[in-house]
Design a protein around this ligand. Sequence first.
Ligand SMILES: [Zn+2]
Length: 199
Amino acid sequence: MDDNPFTTPGTQLAVVEEFEPGFGAIEENGLVFATIPGLAKTAEHHATVTNPKAIQHLQRGDLVYAVVRDVYDSIALLEFQSVQPRAAFGTYGYIRIANVQRGYTENFRDVFRIGDFVKAKIHEVKPLGIYLTMAESGLGVVRAFCASCREEISFNETGMDMRCNACGRRQSRKLANAPQGQRPPRRFDRDRRPPFRSR
Ligand SMILES: [Zn+2]
């Protein structure tokens, strides 16, 4: 692949058999994607994205692009790089379910799935980990992969009740560019407790 001009997060750079992910890139299902906006380059068996606006330390409020790597009940693990790369390599961070969107979220499945690309901000930098937030308009999923068949799914305007073109499965996301105030619906596929805890 030729060296590209400006690349945006989520753009496929290469296949992993040809180029390993280097700085600013990540592997997902054998493909290498950009995780930061910048100049893409494939050389010496590595696909990298560089951005000249490099600064030193991650801090609260920094914008990051991340891939959802694992999801637990109340916390999810993401691998991210700063939009302005300060850290040398990709870093793992966490997002608490309370910080995925404004208001109550019952289940991570309502907002993102493993493998999705999200736009988030640094919420806290703690000695034992970096915590992210998506609880602002403009933050959320920027690229989504079907929960059943892993094909990329195309968004509708709200991110609610989207249908996978490949397998037909319906699912929802908290999209970064959804209209303000929109929230994914609560799950329709199983019984659940009411969203309010008694005090
Ligand atoms: Zn599907």
